[in-house]
Ligand binder design. Structure first.
Ligand code: NAP
Length: 244
């Protein structure tokens, strides 16, 4: 079997970076996408120095044009994309009563619409090849809700609906579509939360700690593997038990 190529969005740091490192180490060719190209280039050269194959491309998930351009660059470099990890995501928190339209729209555009447009870029080739893996990074809050995050939660719940519908549409072509729903994970996204909130989240987590980006990446590695060939439309909780 030829080497599979995985494109990971939001690969410049946090969970996306861990996914890129884990998949590269497992022998996949990786395309690293995010807005900040220099960080991606740095990671790509590290992965190449360790014997992996990596290509960095700038992609703004809030722009359909940018997504299309990035996929076309990636295809020129590495050919077809077999695996898509839709990981890029942002938060713009606030109470619904005061939420600005731009904060609603930008979160939905980046987290949900961007993921959908990225999926559209890979579907035809996956259908032709009769093999594909799509993993959408949702969130525990997309399953249970969270006050102050109506925009983010709507985007993450939307990803779960998208995952299930798409799994039904493309299953007959041997393409699996799954979601991973992380709990409270130590990355830049959670770094600035108040100490009090961090403590509260850890106390609410039966395993009594935050998760690591690598722990999410290992779940992604499993879902894209041959061993997970009969799993589709699933939401895999990696959350230390904070929601069951
Ligand atoms: P992070 O450290 O803030 O990293 C976010 C990544 O997304 C960065 O690589 C960022 O790169 C990229 N990104 C942001 N906006 C983008 C855009 N418009 N276009 C392209 N790339 C963009 O976040 P993280 O904690 O690793 O989160 C990764 C995913 O897991 C997100 O979808 C998040 O919602 C989800 N998640 C995280 C947690 C948690 O506790 N950390 C929990 C549940 C779910 P650039 O800024 O360079 O573009």
């Amino acid at each position: 079997m030829s080497v599979r190529t995985a494109l990971i969005t939001g690969a410049s740091r946090g969970i996306g970076k861990a996914c890129a490192e884990t998949l590269a180490k497992a022998g996949y060719r990786v395309v690293l996408a995010a807005r900040t190209l220099d960080k991606l280039e740095e990671l790509a050269s590290e992965l190449r120095a360790e014997g992996g194959e990596a290509f960095a491309v700038s992609m703004d998930m809030a722009s359909h044009e940018s997504i299309a351009a990035a996929f076309s660059k990636a295809a020129k470099e590495f050919g077809r994309i077999d695996i898509l990890v839709n990981n890029a995501g942002i938060t713009k928190d606030g109470l619904a009563v005061r939420m600005k339209p731009l904060d609603w729209e930008s979160v939905l555009a980046t987290n949900l619409s961007g993921s959908f447009y990225a999926i559209q870029q890979v579907l035809q080739v996956m259908m032709r090849e009769r093999w594909g893996r799509i993993v959408n990074i949702s969130s525990v809050v997309g399953e249970k809700g969270n006050p102050g995050q109506a925009n983010y939660v709507a985007s993450k719940a939307g990803l779960i609906g998208l995952t299930k519908s798409l799994a039904m549409e493309v299953g007959s072509r041997n393409i699996t579509v799954n979601a991973v729903a992380p709990g409270f994970i130590k990355t830049d996204m959670t770094h600035d939360l108040s100490e009090e909130l961090q403590k509260k989240m850890v106390e609410a987590t039966p395993l009594r700690r935050m998760g690591t980006a690598e722990e999410i990446a290992w779940a992604v590695k499993f879902l894209v593997s041959e061993e997970a060939a009969f799993i589709t439309g699933h939401v895999l909780d990696v959350n230390g038990g904070i929601y069951m």
